[in-house]
Design a protein around this ligand. Sequence first.
Ligand SMILES: Nc1ncnc2c1ncn2[C@@H]1O[C@H](COP(=O)(O)OP(=O)(O)OP(=O)(O)O)[C@@H](O)[C@H]1O
Length: 284
Amino acid sequence: MTSIIQIQNVAKAYGNKTALQQLNFEVAQGEIFGMLGPSGSGKTTTVKILTAQLLPSSGHASVFGVDLAKMTEAERHNHMRQIGILTDNSALYERLTIQDNLELFCKLYGIHTKQIATVLEQVNLSSERKTTVKSLSKGMKQRVTLARALLHEPRLLFLDEPTSALDPTNTRNIHESLRQLNKAGTTIFLSTHDMEEAEALCDRIAFLHQGRIAALDTPQQLRLTYSDNSVTVSTTEGCYHLTQNEETAKRIYEWMSQGNLKSIHSNEPTLSDIFITLTGGTLK
Ligand SMILES: Nc1ncnc2c1ncn2[C@@H]1O[C@H](COP(=O)(O)OP(=O)(O)OP(=O)(O)O)[C@@H](O)[C@H]1O
């Protein structure tokens, strides 16, 4: 596994307010890595550190093998060339068309304008390129900001609450674009408080609570680890919540052989259930 991001014992304080404490994790090339936590848990602070907008108070944060606290000017430039950032408040020029917005960005950052057609294809907005931004829906605007973050073909994309203001259809569209990008090789770091978003996209998820990682694993493994090992069995006689063991297996066999069994479901906890179990807090 090639690590693109390495965080070792990172802590961050704003004055006497602690935002992050003893953070440790790595993100592998090609992963979609999620940081899931409620408001104030430290997600944006982590993204700001990894995108070189903030320095940690202590510990080490490296991206592409370069310690962000010790970057030379050339390394900083290189870092910015390799990352893309999408937040929910990335401003666009409302009176310009999508094409003009992206052209302006290309000019500012020395990117060839031929990239515009590629990124608009990636976010499924090719047919809208002549539309002015002010007449776009919130979801379409967010797809334009995603397109803008992709113009310089970043190897690593940071998404801070990318769909927080969007309806389910626009959220699905953004998710689909992100999956395609990831398939094509882009590593994605996603911060969100939305458990469904984390579940739908991420290979691994870190639960962030009060600036600390409470758990970190694949969604499947998290559910297995924190499962209460029970099943809900529906029969013609009623519905039963049973622990998985030999006795339960015998009862299920009996219901089955008598033709009384309607359904069996294993009771896996949701990510939100697990978060509550681990932290006592909710994701809101
Ligand atoms: N510039 C700042 N000055 C002082 N405290 C800050 C500053 N930025 C963040 N904090 C505090 O640090 C903690 C972590 O904030 P952060 O914005 O990283 O959390 P978050 O999980 O991204 O929350 P949200 O989802 O609401 O953006 C919070 O307690 C917040 O109040």
